[in-house]
Design a protein around this ligand. Sequence first.
Ligand SMILES: Nc1ncnc2c1ncn2[C@@H]1O[C@H](COP(=O)(O)OP(=O)(O)O)[C@@H](O)[C@H]1O
Ligand SMILES: [Mg+2]
Length: 274
Amino acid sequence: MNAPLPDPAIITSPPPRLNFDAGRRPAITIRGLCKRFGDAPLYQDFDLDIPAGRFISIFGPNGCGKSTLINLISGLIPIDGGEILFDGRPVRDVTIGYVFQNYRDALFPWLSARQNIEYPLTVRGLPPAQRQARVDELIAQFEVGFDLGRKPYELSGGQQQLVSILRALAPRPEVMFLDEPFSALDYEMTLFIRERLQSVFQQTGVTMLLVSHDLEEAVYLADHLLLLTKRPTRVADIVDVGAPRPRNDATLIDPDFIATKARSLAIFQREVRR
Ligand SMILES: Nc1ncnc2c1ncn2[C@@H]1O[C@H](COP(=O)(O)OP(=O)(O)O)[C@@H](O)[C@H]1O
Ligand SMILES: [Mg+2]
């Protein structure tokens, strides 16, 4: 149980800072973003404004750069040129949460589920009582019913991804990044976590950037659906989704919702065929 924590300096650079201004909701401004892998430009003079406190779903052709875009915004990979600012701040001054597609590689296998969730609080130097209180709050919010003393390998895939999401939420992020977080989950778990995510969004107003390969899901969760083109990648369109929250099964058969989905699909197909 007392496995040593990894040296924080290895994991986070620059050093983590205490930033618990819950409710801070920066708008994100992307100007002249350039990114290339080898000779092929992926993003070239790319501009985008992401409004504060909104749920943005990102959808586009395979390999168009959806994951790369959120990796660039979140600072996981460096930009080649341009500027990305959060209400004027660089990403290193922003508390972010990131949920990876592959939860198996994302959790620390030598830590219990609870220690994994506490991890971002541990590296920030939060005392044990405060860490525990925050995790207990998340457990209640997500109605976690399984034993968080277990190691990741003792949990189902859905439980592991839930732990990843709770870990991302633990430091009360200002912006959450989610890269196809449901793609490895069974349908029942997908529905459950989707609802919880929606309720976290409604409760906290945290800016959410979700990459999804499921158009219905992308529209269902989004305030704004960002549709990308094939590479070199541009914004194909931004579709506003006005359906009231909380959205539920009835939303899926609402004529306005169906029309929005159809419009998004038409834009996507136009871009894929181009
Ligand atoms: N580290 C990398 N090195 C070289 N090419 C990469 C790297 N990461 C992504 N790419 C390429 O950039 C493009 C966009 O990748 P990605 O953002 O993962 O696409 P998406 O998430 O939209 O499917 C793809 O063609 C991919 O092969
Ligand atoms: Mg991807």
